[in-house]
Design a protein around this ligand. Structure first.
Ligand code: FAD
Length: 471
């Protein structure tokens, strides 16, 4: 590769804090709140102008696990009070069994909740700032470098939490990581959600009720005959429509990028979010691949809009309302941590002395390089603290979808609620490391568990038993 040598430069230190959290998505937002509540001086850095990451800006409006306990429950309860979520919800799977997820949410309500909570907690915030590198001394992370409209600055901290989704800080510091399936490194596809307006949801739900075999999972409570208009809001999820895709293929030669698509009601009457696109080539951390994916996926969105309007009951008069700021990434770097959580661990519900978070709900693997979807309900499972600790590198914790697990486990650990709970664990661990003048690697895990329970995280009880209500 052709290179240039940049001149040495002096970089101003913008601030020195106890804990820096990189990335204000599901994991980073909760990590920052948790660290602050555990007593640390915290700065949260986000490259966009809003918080919530994929949950808000990416239109990923269906947190695919129940939310029980800790800061995540507070966030969703707040959203429920504002009318932006309905609470934990019982979903029917195709085989007639049930599982639980949080209801669909309204992205704008969650953006508001996130800013309010950060402000009330006293978390410092730096928006529109891209973390471009880590500051290291040997194997110790000492801070990060950001670039923004003011130029380039250093932010120094005792502990850094990498919640960037792509493990940007860990990778830049030299932490080992892997990407995709073990056999060929191919990752789950990238996709772009989009929102349609003026959909006749009554017609749509009647179609689902009459063709249950055409759906992988459904949720439409209190729907008997005509739906009272208000009950449409955030109250409907349908995954399937395979027979209509087949019909479009036979008649028009339309090849949907994935088998089955997902539709969930938004907050406005007739608004629905659609998950139907899929880019199967390229690596999300390669900028040319990401650029190509962004262009291609927007063509897929337009093609899918035509399919919906032509073939799916209720969409005849609908239109494309809006798209997210950028394509969504399901899988990129996963750190190799002190422990790598495996599929066997979660299927056997292995218990860990250093459990700091729990997952539950489903394994949802969008076929790498292909069109299919694996979607299996699973029981609750434990996530050990060591999955948040990168090998080799000190003073760094990782939270969210880049924690240490195998490719299959990523299919469940990447769900929004689970990312939030690894975020809470990382945030408290970072704050306690500062408080006890130690490193995350040497932190007393019993003290960490005690603090997490004090922050109302469910660690040793059953999540299902603790669930207060569901719809
Ligand atoms: C299309 C799609 C559909 C999905 N559907 C579901 C679903 O139905 N239910 C479900 O529960 N999950 C779903 N997921 C998965 C889920 O959305 C993600 O795994 C989860 O949101 C990841 O949370 P996170 O906090 O780890 O990362 P993110 O939400 O991606 O947050 C990372 C944040 O870090 C910021 N950032 C990144 N790099 C930097 C940097 N260098 N400097 C500064 N800031 C940075 C980003 O802007 C972002 O705000 C879906 C994912 C996709 C892509």
């Amino acid at each position: 590769m052709n290179v240039i040598i940049e001149p040495e430069r002096k970089t101003p230190v913008l601030t020195v804090v106890d804990v820096v959290v990189v990335g204000g998505g599901s994991a980073g937002l909760v990590a920052a709140l948790a660290a602050r509540r555990a007593g640390a001086d915290v700065l949260l850095i986000e490259r966009h102008g809003y918080l919530g990451g994929l949950l808000t800006g990416g239109f990923v409006t269906k947190p695919q696990a129940p939310v029980v306990g800790g800061i995540p429950e507070e966030l969703f309860e707040r959203a429920i009070r504002l009318g932006g979520a309905r609470g934990n919800t019982r979903y029917r799977l195709r085989n007639g069994t049930y599982t639980y997820f949080m209801s669909p949410i309204d992205p704008e309500t969650m953006k508001r909740v996130a800013f309010e909570c950060v402000d009330e907690a006293g978390v410092k915030l730096l928006l529109h700032s891209l973390v471009v590198d880590s500051v290291t001394e040997g194997d110790d992370v000492k801070g990060v470098l950001v670039e923004n409209k003011s130029g380039r600055q250093a932010i120094m901290a005792d502990v850094v939490v990498d919640a960037s989704g792509d493990a940007d800080v860990a990778a830049s510091a030299g932490a080992p990581y892997e990407v995709g399936r073990r056999k060929d490194g191919v990752a789950q596809p990238m996709s772009m959600m989009f929102r349609m307006g003026r959909v006749d949801v009554n017609v749509l739900v009647q179609y689902a009720k009459n063709h249950l075999d055409d759906f992988t999972f459904t949720y439409y409570p209190n729907v008997e005959g005509q739906i009272p208009e208000k009950s449409q809001s955030l109250n409907i999820v349908l995954e399937g429509f395979m027979s209509l895709q087949q019909k479009a293929s036979d008649e028009l030669g339309y090849e949907s990028p994935r088998v089955g698509l997902n539709i969930k009601a938004g907050i406005g009457i007739g608004d629905v979010f659609v998950n139907a696109t899929r880019i199967t080539e390229g690596v999300a951390t390669n900028i040319q691949d990401l650029t190509d994916a962004e262009v291609q996926v927007r063509t897929q969105v337009q093609e899918c809009v035509t399919f919906l309007r032509t073939y799916v009951p209720g969409f005849k008069d609908s239109y494309l309302l809006d798209t997210p700021t950028e394509i969504g990434v399901r899988e990129s770097r996963r750190i190799i941590g002190e422990y790598t959580l495996t599929l066997k661990d979660i299927l056997h519900r292995r218990k860990f002395d250093d459990v700091v978070a729990k997952g539950y709900g489903v394994i949802d693997i969008h076929e790498p390089g292909g069109r299919r979807l694996r979607f299996d309900a699973i029981e609750e499972y434990q996530i050990p603290y060591r999955c948040l600790l990168p090998k080799k590198i000190n003073r760094l914790l990782v939270a969210g979808r880049c924690v240490s697990c195998d490719h299959e486990v990523l299919g469940t650990i990447r769900t929004i609620p689970t990312c939030m709970y690894t975020g809470q664990a990382a945030g408290v661990a970072a704050a306690l490391s500062v408080k006890y003048n130690t490193t995350p690697r040497n932190l007393n895990v019993k003290a960490l568990q005690k603090s997490l329970i004090k922050q109302k995280v469910v660690l040793f009880e059953s999540v299902l038993k603790r669930m207060k209500t569901h719809t």
